[in-house]
Design a protein around this ligand. Structure first.
Ligand SMILES: [Fe+2]
Length: 382
């Protein structure tokens, strides 16, 4: 069986690497960038630091900062209009998962035409996106490494998941110095998203030795450094380690796949506009307990990576310890365990379950739950 590994062709990471990106951009040979970001980052001065690099690379630019926290179809289509209106020839995305996802949608609509709504699902486009230089500012989503992106359809209240190799960016930039001012709750949520990526990528049948190796390395670093990064946002060493996690986890899930934690979390995010990482963190121990009940064999390696002593333990005991460790880590970094704690009640679980079963991540899960089983998993976080 052949395995394919998708990774951007050039990846800059480590402290201060943003300052080194100009020659890489100049080498691409483009003239005018559409800078895709959000208003907050634009005001914060981070976008200006990227624009300084574009100046150094002798590139013109126009800033489009309308991207919402869960980017919408309208965000993408408006971005396409701005791109065309200003005769841009490539994209520079600046931000966390939202600007990165919006940029992928914009890049693909520019080269394929139509509306991003038509790209929902797997491999729906014919042409590669215009080149994207992705400057990431949040440690966790790995959006800058992956062939996935998520766009919200506000009319249908659905998060559309796209899996498309044509969306792969050309250059990724992960400078932990851009992340030091991120608030603790965002650091916690994106860190738990990264842990979910790694664990789902390990238990999925799509895993293979390369993805196992990177995902297990990511698990080890997250358990060691996420609490530090949350406790002290200015801890540059912890921030830098979380940057490496993104690459390691990104390589893993981009190429192995995800599972039911993401399939269910996407629905909560879409309907209630909740942070993706928080939804994942709440669902991760619940879905993995069900996965482990059917096949605990992969949890021995996860336990070891999480720093758990596995000697004299059965695979089942290792799985139980992993689930406890996830819950403990979530608690330590301040993630709620119930939806009611973040003001969500009157949940239409039937609808959520129906949509979760159709989510692009669902087939990657090691077992396929019935609708009743999905409902009972959702019930646990009410
Ligand atoms: Fe995720």
């Amino acid at each position: 069986m052949s395995r394919v590994l998708y990774v951007p062709s050039t990846n800059l990471m480590g402290r201060g690497c943003l300052e080194d990106v100009a020659p890489f951009i100049e080498e691409l040979g483009f003239q005018r960038a559409l800078v895709v970001t959000d208003k907050f980052l634009n005001k914060s001065g981070i976008v200006q630091r990227v624009l300084d690099q574009l100046d150094k690379a002798n590139v013109e630019y126009i800033v489009y900062d309308e991207v919402k926290p869960n980017p919408t179809i309208n965000n993408v289509q408006t971005g396409v209009s701005v791109f065309k209106e200003h005769s841009c020839d490539f994209i520079v995305s600046v931000g966390g998962g939202s600007p990165q996802d919006a940029a992928k949608g914009i890049g693909l609509v520019v080269t394929n035409g139509g509306n991003v709504r038509d790209f929902e699902g797997v491999g729906k486009t014919k042409h590669k996106s215009v080149p994207i230089v992705a400057v990431n500012t949040t440690a966790g989503t790995s959006a800058e490494y992956t062939i996935n992106y998520v766009i919200t359809d506000e009319e249908r209240k659905v998060k559309m998941v796209m899996v498309d190799k044509n969306s792969l960016v050309t250059i990724s930039v992960n400078d932990p110095a851009l992340m030091i001012n991120k608030p603790a709750d965002l650091t916690a949520a994106t860190g738990m998203d990264a842990l979910t990526h790694a664990i789902e990528a390990i238990v999925t049948p799509g895993a293979f030795p390369v993805t196992d190796a990177t995902a297990l390395a990511a698990v080890e670093i997250i358990f060691n450094y996420l609490p530090r990064a949350v406790r002290d946002g200015k801890d540059l060493e912890a921030r830098e380690q979380m940057v490496y996690v993104m690459f390691l986890g990104g390589v893993a899930f981009n190429n192995a796949g995800l599972g039911y934690v993401h399939a269910m979390a996407h629905q909560l995010g879409g309907v209630y506009d909740l942070p993706h990482g928080v939804c994942n963190a709440m669902l991760l121990p619940i879905v993995e307990r069900e996965n482990a009940r059917r096949d605990p064999s992969k949890f021995r390696a996860i336990a070891k990576a999480a720093g758990i002593n596995v000697a004299d333990k059965t695979n089942e005991q290792c799985a139980n310890k992993v689930i406890e460790a996830i819950q403990q880590l979530s608690k330590e970094v301040g993630i709620p365990s119930k939806l009611s704690e973040i003001g969500v009640d009157n949940v239409d679980i039937d609808k959520l379950a129906e949509f979760a079963m159709k989510d692009a991540c669902a087939p990657g899960n090691p077992f396929q739950p019935t609708k009743a089983e999905v409902i009972s998993m959702f019930n646990e976080i009410l």
